[in-house]
Write a protein that binds this ligand. Structure first.
Ligand SMILES: Cc1cc2nc3c(=O)[nH]c(=O)nc-3n(C[C@H](O)[C@H](O)[C@H](O)COP(=O)(O)O)c2cc1C
Length: 280
């Protein structure tokens, strides 16, 4: 039984009905002019907190959350379109890093932000697996290489790119997995979450943007994700539950600065539904 702890400050409530209109589950009703969720309907709550967010006067609290703690939103609070365009076009996959660790307070802040990323049905069943120390990332790199070499020595067939990568590491010390990044983040989701895979990818996309805005560099790491699929023993050593979807991103202080955006405006095919679909 969910305890919503849904409370309304009668002094602040202006009876505008915004909470009632915006509740996606439709369980808020004005009773004696004040919003109410009946005990019977509490289990239908999506726990999205739209009621707290939409109330213009901060009269609603849910789950014990004080609306005064939320960041107030004005019409110009978000980055404007031009800032977002510059971010989307200007973020790059960073493969050159400084070796200093990112301050732990900053990482903590970004992960708290990230816990706000949207999840299907508001499942919020994500876990963040973090290597927050460069030395730890180096140790993991050594262990990953060792695990792959052992597989190779045992005669297991590895994808060609992994075989080439092992050679590059052995011959030139080329870190083709972590790209010299001091940190990595693996986002996992509960396998039973309604949109588990989408939630993971979305959280990482948000993380990449947050990291860039914080002056960090980031790079998605399909290679580590592939290795973790191939070497399930390593996956369980990192505490990733069997069958849980996951993906990885590298990050750290960048040792490269890009002077301009790239130009890919026509990279995607755009098709108008109206040109394809002819209603009978
Ligand atoms: C899902 C995904 C997985 C990726 N995996 C890797 C990787 O393992 N190693 C790497 O160096 N770059 C990886 N990248 C970065 C891409 O190669 C990069 O996005 C692409 O070359 C375009 O460059 P840009 O991100 O700077 O625009 C990955 C990107 C995505 C979206």
């Amino acid at each position: 039984m969910t305890n919503l702890n849904f409370t309304v400050d009668a002094e602040k409530c202006t009876h505008c009905g915004a909470c009632e209109r915006d509740c996606p589950s439709g369980i808020i009703r004005l009773k004696n002019q004040l919003p109410l969720i009946s005990k019977r309907e509490e289990n239908s709550c999506l726990q999205c907190e739209h009621c707290l967010a939409v109330c213009p006067t901060g009269a609603i609290s849910i789950f014990g959350h004080d609306p005064a703690v939320s960041i107030p939103l004005a019409s110009d609070s978000f980055p404007n379109l031009q800032s977002m365009e510059t971010l989307v076009r200007g973020r790059r996959s960073v493969r050159q890093y400084r070796q200093d660790d990112v301050p732990s307070d900053l990482i903590k802040r970004l992960l708290a932000d990230l816990a706000n990323s949207p999840t299907g049905c508001n499942a919020r069943a994500l876990s963040f697996l973090l290597s927050d120390k460069r030395e730890l990332t180096k140790t993991i790199l050594g262990e990953v290489i060792e695990a792959l070499e052992k597989r190779q020595a045992d005669g297991a067939a590895l994808p060609e790119f992994l075989g080439d990568g092992l050679k590059a590491f052995k011959n030139k010390g080329d870190d083709w997995i972590f790209r010299g990044a001091p940190h990595f983040l693996i986002v996992t989701a509960d396998k039973d979450a309604p949109c588990a895979r989408e939630d993971v990818i979305l959280a990482l996309a948000y993380f990449e943007m947050l990291a860039n805005c914080a002056g960090l560099g980031a790079c998605w790491c399909g290679i580590l994700s592939t290795i973790l699929e191939i070497a399930p023993e390593f996956r369980s050593r990192l505490g990733i539950a069997p069958a849980a979807p996951f993906y990885t991103i590298l990050f750290g202080l960048p040792a490269v600065r890009y002077a301009r955006t790239v130009q890919r405006d026509s990279a995607a095919v755009i098709r108008r539904i109206g040109d394809i679909h002819r209603p009978d």
